[in-house]
Design a binder for this molecule. Structure first.
Ligand SMILES: [Fe+2]
Length: 294
């Protein structure tokens, strides 16, 4: 078997065949997938039933796993449905039942339906995310991806010059606050302290620039906040026009991986009375995009 990547969209996203993700990959396979990620930014692998251990082992071929701590409201270990090294992106409690409508966990997780880049609220933000479908919801629940390189490329020249060195502050309190999420505890405020990110990123391998937007971004340094929010909304509206977006319709045992440095994504609404079990591993990034405040 050898790896083949078929483009699924004019700008980005490829479907990979010829590899079994449940087994250790060869060096050639890892290199082919990395090269595919650099080019397509999102890769789909169909028919890959994985255990949590297999998903973690696959992910570790591309770097250290990111610690999910700080990416959600704090939970006691015995409230957790899946292992602490993975992100639970399901709508389920630890007994496997859909969360109550008013559940604080559910309300927080609804933020995944805003356009974002995973862990942009961390000083060293994520490289790749891998999402594995263990139970597919019967209605809705698509994941949409936006190509932030193409979105950058299509900005006018004056805007590119203007935004080149802009630095934003990102926090989970911004994205959740925009939904009217109720009060944060003192512990959460400390955990979700804003971090700085460049608005224009350069990909370390290809050298391509991209717009580093995320619903977690709430301020631009040196700009009044309402003005910054308008600018960020305008840029997000530009970057998520249909021509930059790919819609993924989930099938059981799909695995999708994406490069958070080059894309944004969002989940769409689904029937929350029915289970949706998708599990994420995250490959940590290796550098800050800009120095943090002292
Ligand atoms: Fe996400």
């Amino acid at each position: 078997m050898s790896i083949v990547i078929r483009p699924l969209h004019p700008l980005f996203v490829g479907e990979v065949t010829g590899v079994d993700l449940s087994r250790p990959l060869s060096g050639e396979e890892v290199a082919a997938i990395e090269a595919g990620m650099d080019r397509h930014a999102v890769l789909l692998f169909r028919d890959q039933p994985l255990t949590d251990e297999q998903q973690m082992a696959f992910s570790r071929h591309f770097g250290e796993l990111e610690n999910p701590h700080g990416g959600n409201i704090p939970r006691k270990d015995d409230d957790r449905r899946i292992r602490a090294e993975m992100n639970d992106v399901s709508n389920l409690d630890k007994e496997g039942r859909p969360l109550d409508r008013e559940s604080r966990q559910r309300l927080f997780n609804l933020g995944n339906m805003l356009w974002h880049s995973d862990s942009s609220f961390k000083a060293v933000p994520a490289k790749y995310s891998m999402l594995s479908a263990r139970i597919v919801n019967p209605l809705g629940g698509n994941t949409e991806f936006a190509d932030m390189r193409a979105a950058y490329d299509e900005l006018d020249a004056a805007t590119k010059v203007q935004i080149e060195d802009w630095v934003c502050e990102h926090s989970l309190m911004v994205s959740r606050g925009s939904l009217g999420f109720p009060d944060f505890t003192a512990e959460e405020r400390a955990l979700f302290k804003p971090v700085r990110q460049r608005l224009v990123r350069v990909h370390p391998v290809t050298g391509r620039k991209s717009l580093y937007l995320s619903s977690h971004a709430g301020t631009i340094l040196g700009m009044p906040t309402p003005e910054a929010r308008i600018v960020l909304r305008d840029l997000t509206e530009h970057a998520t026009q249909p021509r930059f977006v790919h819609v993924h319709h989930w099938r059981l045992h799909d695995l999708i991986m994406w490069d958070n440095r080059q894309t944004m994504h969002r989940a769409r609404r689904y029937d929350e009375a029915q289970p949706r079990d998708v599990r994420r591993t995250t490959v940590a990034g290796d550098a800050m995009t800009v120095a943090q405040a002292a």
